[in-house]
Ligand binder design. Structure first.
Ligand SMILES: Nc1ncnc2c1ncn2[C@@H]1O[C@H](COP(=O)(O)OP(=O)(O)O)[C@@H](O)[C@H]1O
Ligand SMILES: [Mg+2]
Ligand SMILES: [Zn+2]
Length: 253
């Protein structure tokens, strides 16, 4: 049986191939793969996070505060991944600065859930909005299942970098529609965001290193609207990462 959600063959079991000038079809690999492997493929986790796991998430040894914050975040994510759907919240909301490992932990959580047989999908927030706006999903080859529908109905959705988009009324309404639908259906939603939230004690004033001038950063509520933010806080367990060191820069010190 082919996978009805296969992105390669569109669920037909035959995928298009091109050899020189000749195009044809061949048996799709989704016919053979087992469910977890198939689920992993249809989750479309970006290459960078394909192998992100709890096992390869390293904890800093030289910084006790960062170690504590990251250990706690990892434990929360692990507990959720292991116990879903019998968790008290239907999702996880990773908040913290850039490069602290939010997407890594979110992807690791998603991978455990896929491995346990739940269907899930990774969405880059900005990309999802663009796809919803354009009305179809070019990467899937056809409108087999529209991005919007997938964002609403897939059992587990990872929304990466929530709020990384300029704000318009359309964006605010769309984000609210997705989050509210998932909230009502109690579907698992895993979210990452590096936007500040004053209610969590985040500073919104930002001093530019070069000019020394202060500016005010947009908050989560500014970017996604107060309604979506309040739903999120209610449906997700907050995983606050207070470590500030960008993992990508760790080796550079
Ligand atoms: N503690 C960690 N151990 C191993 N790899 C990490 C860790 N934190 C971050 N990374 C890696 O560093 C890169 C940046 O992390 P990422 O999760 O994208 O950060 P964020 O989403 O918080 O901006 C990714 O490639 C990620 O896999
Ligand atoms: Mg990220
Ligand atoms: Zn296929």
């Amino acid at each position: 049986m082919p996978d009805p959600n296969c992105a390669l063959c569109d669920g037909t079991g035959w995928r298009p191939v091109e050899r020189g000038d000749v195009s044809g079809v061949e048996r799709c690999s989704c016919e053979q793969v087992e469910r977890p492997a198939r689920l992993l493929e249809s989750a479309r986790i970006p290459a960078r996070f394909e192998r992100a796991s709890f096992e390869n998430f390293s904890l800093p040894r030289d910084n006790p505060l960062a170690n504590e914050s990251l250990s706690k975040a990892m434990l929360d994510a692990r507990t959720f991944a292991r116990h879903y759907p019998t968790t008290d919240r239907a999702g996880l909301l990773f908040m913290g600065g850039p490069g602290v490992g939010k997407t890594h932990l979110a992807a690791a959580t998603l991978r455990v859930l896929l491995d346990r047989g739940f269907e899930g999908i990774f969405f880059d927030y900005q990309n999802l909005l663009e796809r919803i706006r354009s009305g179809y999903d070019p990467a899937s080859g056809s409108a087999a299942r529209e991005a919007y529908q997938a964002a609403l109905d897939t059992e587990v959705v990872l929304l990466d970098d929530l709020g990384a988009h300029r704000v318009t009324e359309w964006v605010e309404d769309t984000v609210f529609a997705v989050i509210n639908h998932r909230y009502n259906a109690r579907k698992a939603t895993i979210v990452t965001s590096n936007l500040p939230d004053p209610d969590l004690g985040d500073a919104v004033a930002h001093k530019d290193a070069a000019s020394g001038k202060y500016s005010v950063r947009d908050t989560l509520a500014d970017r996604i609207g107060g309604r979506a933010r309040s739903r999120l806080f209610e449906m997700c367990k907050l995983v606050r990462i207070t470590a500030t060191e960008d993992y990508r820069l760790r080796g550079l010190r």
